[in-house]
Design a protein around this ligand. Structure first.
Ligand code: GLU
Length: 379
């Protein structure tokens, strides 16, 4: 059964994002060149089979540290950014050498969250990545740590890879980590820990299996991988967590012999166009609580959100910002672009669309708070 699912979701992937964590790529000595060469060799095999591959690579900060041994793991944000600036070139140098040995070119792509908030820039990034893939060049993507600000940072490269899956319109996300999958308890602390090989739904029980501590060298941990898995699977893309240091790991994934964790998407279609941008790239600036009638109108009726269904507004947002809709128990139901600021929305909550203009003192106004075309449902 597991093997069949592995074959369907992994072997069948034609365009994939491989995210490689710092703990895989680096050790106390710096970049693990032999290991990176080996991962590139295996990736080249996939490219030769006709797959398109984007790599999301961490390791810049850790590589920078090996050049600046007295500085420790940069404590302040500027120190970490400085270490990333030192390490990023070293990292690319190894990818460049390794891929050219196997006959492929690489391209460095550095992204920031706030850069992608602007729709045109998001589309430009997407077009660049698609062009590179079309040329059979391997984009190697990392966060542009130098300009990332704490508030607008991708919390880690697990979050960045979710966005990259959508920029590349990939059909599989592979996270290569120092842990070879999800365990029911922390395998570093308990010898009885059991690996979960297939995850069909990321519920509270699954979430409770993630320890709180990040990995050895990077910023993410199992918690951030589960958040990433929840996002990508909710839009129809499977995700794998596998051990990046295991010999021949990428090939064995595609040969169906790897021992890993596969997160399955619910059976539903991919979303394309503006919606992934709304769901992944934008910062969520506020929350509206909606009644049960509005929940079913959104989820079952495929309708826009109207003011009548809103029972509470929180956050400080402007017209055009991304907001989340939650039900009466606080579960996230949908998100999308608000046609109203928080201030105006408070005035029109619960009212009929015909009352909007008089409540906000305008001659004309939109009936919908979030139009269906600007909305992504979440459950
Ligand atoms: N951008 C960071 C680096 O290259 C990695 C962030 C993370 O660990 O997820 O070092």
């Amino acid at each position: 059964m597991d093997r069949e699912l592995y074959r369907k979701y992994i072997y069948g992937a034609r365009r994939l994002v491989i995210k490689i964590g710092s703990a895989v790529l680096t050790s106390d000595r710096g970049l693990e060149k032999a290991l990176i060469y080996d991962l590139c060799r295996q990736t080249a095999f996939l490219l030769e089979q006709g797959c398109q591959v984007v790599i999301v690579s961490s390791g810049a900060v850790a590589a920078g540290m090996s050049k600046m041994p007295d500085r420790g793991y940069g404590r302040s944000v500027p120190e970490k950014q400085a270490l990333a600036a030192i390490g990023q070139g070293l990292l690319m140098q190894v990818y460049e050498e390794a891929f050219s040995k196997y006959g492929f070119n690489v391209a460095q792509v550095l992204l920031t969250r706030d850069g992608l908030v602007h729709r045109r820039r998001y589309v430009n990034a997407k077009n660049t990545i698609k062009t590179l893939m079309g040329w059979r060049v391997v984009p190697v993507i990392n966060e542009n740590d130098t300009v990332a600000t704490e508030e607008l940072q991708f919390t880690d490269n697990d979050a960045l890879s979710v966005l990259v899956v959508n920029l590349a319109e990939a059909d599989l996300l592979v996270c290569l980590s120092d842990i070879d999958g999800l365990y029911d308890c922390d395998p570093r602390r308990s010898h009885d820990a059991q690996k979960i090989r297939i995850v069909r739904e990321i519920d509270d029980e699954i979430l409770s299996m993630a320890g709180s501590s990040p990995g050895r060298a990077g910023r993410g941990g199992m918690g951030s991988k589960l958040r990433a898995a929840r996002m990508v699977t909710s839009f129809g893309v499977p995700m794998v967590i596998a051990g990046g240091k295991q010999p021949n790991i990428i090939r064995s994934l595609f040969e169906g012999t790897a021992d890993c964790t596969l997160f399955l998407p619910p059976e539903r279609k991919r979303i394309f166009g503006r919606k992934p941008w709304i769901a992944y790239a934008l910062e969520r600036k506020g929350t509206v609580r909606i009644d049960n009638g509005a929940v079913s109108a959104l989820l079952e009726g495929g309708k826009s959100l109207l003011p009548a269904g809103i029972v509470g507004v929180s956050g400080d947002f402007e017209q055009g910002d991304c907001i989340v809709c939650v039900d009466s128990s606080g579960n996230e139901v949908a998100l999308g672009l608000s046609n109203y600021s928080a201030e105006d929305l408070k005035k029109i909550s619960g009212c009929h669309s015909s009352q909007i203009c008089s409540r906000i003192g305008k001659d004309s106004a939109k009936d919908e708070v979030i139009h269906r075309d600007n909305m992504v449902t979440l459950s």
